[in-house]
Design a protein around this ligand. Structure first.
Ligand code: ZN
Length: 268
């Protein structure tokens, strides 16, 4: 009986990653093949799962990669292993290999992206940077700018292949944006105006207090100069900022926890 063609052998071994389609053991030991390309329909009509008047060929469709032990079992207990079942096992096994390779590839890409991101963004220090708001904030509390400049438009980086990771990251950026909006906002009397609203082309009120200009830079932190604000303004800032920081910290902890669980080898 002729051997399967070289393309058929390549196809069979590569799609199964060199593993037995039943037990998953490798059929290769160093450079020796210790498994078989078993026939689903035997070459001889009298062989396992043989068909009268027909002989199974050496095509990829009629072969399944098995270890020696499983080859012996399926051929001896042929009633327990009909052709349809073997073909289904092969289909599922090859499908799983494909999914696994795809998953590993995407996982590695996300891991590389996170490692690169954390070179620029000191994510683990974020908690200490904002936990004393509105009275104190680190001048390094920034992810959006760095992300925008280096990563956002790079399709190999973002969105992450893991949609959950993308979701956590987007939430974090949004929360940081809201905090930034408040710090860079204005008061006109007791009315709060965001930077965005301030930039709209209309006459600015005369009595503007710019919030971020009231912070004093010292040792990497900006300290709020409380004396600039009246009681109502201070109350507003404190309550709004507390709300935003709490939301941020909640999402921040979710993000950190998710990375701890899913990307254990990340460098940060
Ligand atoms: Zn096996």
């Amino acid at each position: 009986m002729r051997q399967p063609s070289l393309p058929t052998i390549k196809l069979l071994f590569s799609r199964s990653a060199g593993l037995c389609n039943i037990c998953g053991q490798s059929v290769l030991e160093k450079d020796v093949v210790i498994g078989d390309m078993a026939h689903v329909i035997a070459h001889s009509p009298d062989g396992p799962r043989g068909l009268r008047g027909q002989s199974g060929d050496n095509s990829y469709e009629n072969l399944i990669l098995l270890c020696l032990k499983d080859h012996r079992i399926v051929d001896r207990k042929k009633d327990l292993y009909p052709a349809e079942m073997l073909l289904e096992k092969k289909r599922c096994f090859e499908e799983n290999i494909k999914k696994r390779i795809q998953f590993d590839f995407e996982y590695d890409q996300d891991l590389t992206s996170l490692n690169n991101l954390f070179i620029y963004i000191p994510i683990k220090k974020f908690y200490g940077m904002v936990s004393d708001l509105p009275f104190k904030i680190s001048i390094n509390f920034d992810a959006a700018g760095i992300f925008q400049d280096y990563f956002k438009d790079d399709p190999t980086f973002y969105p992450f292949r893991d949609s959950k990771l993308t979701n956590y990251w987007d939430n974090l950026l949004y929360d940081m944006h809201k905090i930034d909006e408040l710090v860079k906002g204005y008061f006109s009397g007791d009315k709060f105006i965001t930077l965005e609203e301030r930039m709209k082309p209309k006459k600015a009120p005369d009595d503007m207090t710019v919030i971020h200009c009231t912070y004093i830079n010292e040792g990497g932190f900006m300290y709020m100069n409380k004396s600039v604000f009246n009681r109502n303004q201070r109350d507003f800032l404190e309550s709004e900022m507390t709300k935003l920081v709490n939301i941020f910290l909640e999402n921040y902890h979710c993000f950190i926890k998710y990375i701890h669980e899913q990307y254990r080898t990340v460098k940060w």
